[in-house]
Design a protein around this ligand. Structure first.
Ligand code: HEM
Length: 469
């Protein structure tokens, strides 16, 4: 494994008035020195080792954040006292893209939207999508035939992004988007996400958030991409409305939803924000997890052999359904483990809405927090050999985490990932179907370095050779 976990397992008991420990910060530059010492997730892990499960960090040009990986504190923030916290200003940088979508909205408004969308993501609804997902995956695999014949490597990261985008588009929004539109949406998202992620780590943007409103060429390009994306989404909404028949998919559900008190539906703007949010939340994370999974299967052939044996025994030549998913126990456990070692979302952002206390430390209202998913996944007190890749630590083979809040790839509590079952089904089926037909090998010498800002994605295209089994 490339990732080496190091952690201090001993809980630090402090008085409530104790100062939260952390590296010394420079005025203006904050902890730029520490932050420059490697990938973000590795830096955070080292700081945990030094300062404990809860420590303070200062971003260059920004305020203090408190980084948390103590599972009891995580439970307190995400579940027991979740109303004392909000997503907060750290997410503001994403607002020009996702507006008031469910990922970012707060309070009553969020709850109402969540209740509207949730029925599409409950277990039976998601399980029913298995055959459609399998169809989309098989189409991608057909497209790999020429590469399998010529030996030309494919860029796995881009392939997985395309696949996850196609699955969202064709399961949640039926086939209402034309293939070239799906491609265009993906193209805009890739660019827009890079800008959002650059802005979130830029000193200038942290100090002067208004700079993103200036008519600079870069800002104009960003706005242009948003407008192009919006044109496609509004076209989708418009078409459905004009047809009168809203359809049975997620978009249909959003269109039919009515406010309890006023009887009014969502505005087109709100519909747009939810559709963009689902596209965004629903594709990049799953694609990243799948990319890591394929790379790991190439690195560790004994894991691949076990997965292939299971796939052959369970799937044979049959068309996959949710019943196959249930029987793919090793493949599922492997996907769980990939999500532990490479959680696509390494942190969750929060802000204290009121004064509170976690792990013996007092938080003031407005305090920004990073809930460190990767950190708790690498915690030696809750995982044996956390840096090692071992699918059999998960059920039905092993007990899983020693603390429920030590495994959080999908978050927890009321704001837990809406698409967790969707992503797990999609990931497992994709791994199974890919390995029914092919074997994928990393091109020798391919570095597998993680690149982190918000998501933990591999750097570069991850080229792999495809071989027919
Ligand atoms: C492996 C894939 C995925 C991972 C690792 C992942 C991870 C997460 C995490 C950690 C959160 C919690 C964020 C927080 O509390 O701050 C979240 C929220 C969310 N996810 Fe996912 N996600 C994945 C796939 C999906 C998919 C496929 C969808 C939709 C189809 C989706 C939709 C959402 C939505 C809408 C939220 C916001 C929920 C709310 O605030 O009520 N995610 N996701």
């Amino acid at each position: 494994m490339t990732t080496q976990a190091t952690s201090s397992a001993t809980p630090v008991v402090q008085r409530p008035s104790a100062r939260i420990p952390g590296p010394l910060a420079w005025p203006l530059l904050g902890n730029v020195r520490e932050l420059g010492q490697g990938a973000f997730h590795e830096v955070l892990l080292r700081l945990h080792q030094r300062y404990g499960d809860i420590f303070r960090l200062r971003y260059p040009g920004g305020g203090d954040v408190v980084v948390v990986r103590d599972p009891d504190a995580l439970k307190h923030i995400l579940q027991t006292h979740y109303t004392r916290y909000r997503k907060g200003r750290q997410l503001e940088v994403a607002r020009p893209l996702i507006g008031e979508g469910i990922f970012i909205s707060e309070g009553e408004f969020w709850l109402r939207q969540r209740r509207l969308v949730q029925p599409a993501f409950v277990r039976p609804a998601v399980r029913a999508l298995a055959p459609r997902m399998a169809e989309v995956i098989d189409e991608m695999l057909d497209g790999w035939e020429p590469a399998a014949r010529s030996g030309e490597p494919i860029g796995v990261k881009a392939e997985m992004m395309r696949l996850a985008m196609q699955i969202v588009a064709r399961t949640m929004f039926s086939n209402s988007l034309r293939p070239e539109e799906i491609q265009e949406v993906e193209h805009h998202f890739t660019y827009l996400l890079t800008v959002v992620s650059d802005r979130s780590s830029s000193i200038v943007h942290n100090l002067f958030p208004w700079v993103q409103k200036l008519p600079t060429p870069a800002n104009r390009r960003f706005q242009k991409a948003i407008r192009a994306l919006d044109r496609i989404i509004f076209r989708l909404i418009d078409d459905r409305k004009r047809r009168g028949d809203y359809g049975q998919d997620v978009l249909g559900m959003l269109l039919r939803a009515r406010h309890e008190d006023t009887g009014q539906g969502m505005t087109d703007r709100q519909l747009r924000d939810e559709v963009v949010t689902l596209f965004l939340a629903g594709h990049e994370t799953t694609a990243i997890a799948l990319t890591w999974a394929l790379a790991m299967l190439s690195r560790f052939p004994w894991l691949r052999a076990e997965l292939q044996a299971e796939v052959d025994a369970v799937l044979g030549d049959e068309r996959p359904t949710a019943a196959h998913y249930d029987r793919l126990t090793f493949t599922r456990a492997f996907f769980d483990e990939v999500l532990r070692v490479y959680p696509p979302q390494i942190v969750m952002l929060r802000e204290a809405a009121q004064e509170d206390e976690i792990g013996g430390f007092r938080l003031r209202p407005g305090q920004a927090l990073l809930l460190h998913i990767y950190g708790v996944h690498m915690h030696e007190a809750y995982w044996d050999n956390p840096a090692g890749l071992d699918p059999k630590r998960f059920p039905p083979y092993g007990p899983g985490p020693k603390h429920k809040f030590a495994y959080l790839p999908f978050g927890a509590g009321p704001r837990r990932c809406l698409g967790d079952k969707f992503a797990h089904l999609e990931g497992t089926l994709a791994l199974a179907l890919i390995h029914r037909r092919y074997e994928l090998d990393l091109v020798p010498g391919t570095p597998l370095e993680p690149d982190t800002v918000g998501t933990l994605r591999p750097k570069g295209p991850v080229p792999m050779r495809v071989r027919r089994r």
